[in-house]
Design a protein around this ligand. Sequence first.
Ligand SMILES: Nc1ncnc2c1ncn2[C@@H]1O[C@H](COP(=O)(O)OP(=O)(O)OP(=O)(O)O)[C@@H](O)[C@H]1O
Length: 324
Amino acid sequence: MPALSGNQLAVETHDLRREYRARRGAGVTALDGVSIEVAQGEVHGLLGPNGAGKTTLMKILSTVLLPTAGSGRVLGHDLATEYRRIRPLLGIVFGGERGVYPRLTARQNLRYWAALYGLSTAAGRSRTEELLDEFGLAERAGDRVETYSVGMRQRLHLARGMVADPRVLLLDEPTNGLDPLAARQLRELIGRLAGEGRTVLLATHDLDEAELLCDRVTMINNGRVVAAEAPKTLARLLSRQERIRVRADPALLDQVRALPEVTEVAAADDGAAVVSVGSQEAVGRVLAFVVAAGVTEVRTELPNLEEVYLRLVHRNDERSVVAR
Ligand SMILES: Nc1ncnc2c1ncn2[C@@H]1O[C@H](COP(=O)(O)OP(=O)(O)OP(=O)(O)O)[C@@H](O)[C@H]1O
């Protein structure tokens, strides 16, 4: 990998907009003024629900799609006018089956990509063997890719993205569809590649993955940035939500609702009430209150990460509506 230079940003965008025109009816605004900054060597997560605009942003950054308005740079090069300089600096790993040929072996695939990237035959061969080793594919390197597990295929995708030793890796949902073990192996590989000083931009809707791998995350919703935070900050926001599941009569639930620690009382599908409180310390006080009132069916639970995340996004939606 070429040496890093200066304190230039690896990726920056300013007010990016992207509209998809519809043949009939209204078009879709996939990105609505997105500005992000990613420092060199940073692992940066792009988080957002389906349709948030992550893939559109990744496509623009990989120079295969032009923005409708706004601008962006990769390692100082303009996305619209200097794509020829940007492409050799990028490793692109998008989900799905595109990009590797199932009827070829892993070795043939990687040699083919090395040739496409302009490596000489000898350099391509030695790079291929390095990558096969590094990505745990050496043993099956001579077998057709169509006989590989999903995890192996995805490791091959990542290896393919690494052929030209890129400084910036764009990974779109790389662990999507993998079983937990294969996902963990792939995350370890991504962590290792980042540890070598590369910049990684990782689109995901897996919050555990983002917390594990990313230095910072940008949350996108409806084509807009709703937060750009370090995951620790995000985790603090997340852990603020605690829940108590309780079966109690409506009169007692009214009293619970009136407690200052309680942020919400909602009905669960099974007829119980789900009480949300503002902090972990407050859980004890609310528990003591319901137990003292004679309730015996009570337990605490943490909302799953996805759920809390969606709540955060929703809250940000409301704020941005108010701000407009
Ligand atoms: N080629 C296209 N033509 C029309 N609309 C599109 C096109 N590609 C994406 N969109 C729309 O743009 C919006 C953003 O899509 P995008 O794929 O960027 O989101 P995403 O965050 O990557 O979602 P997912 O997690 O589902 O992949 C969505 O409303 C989507 O339907």
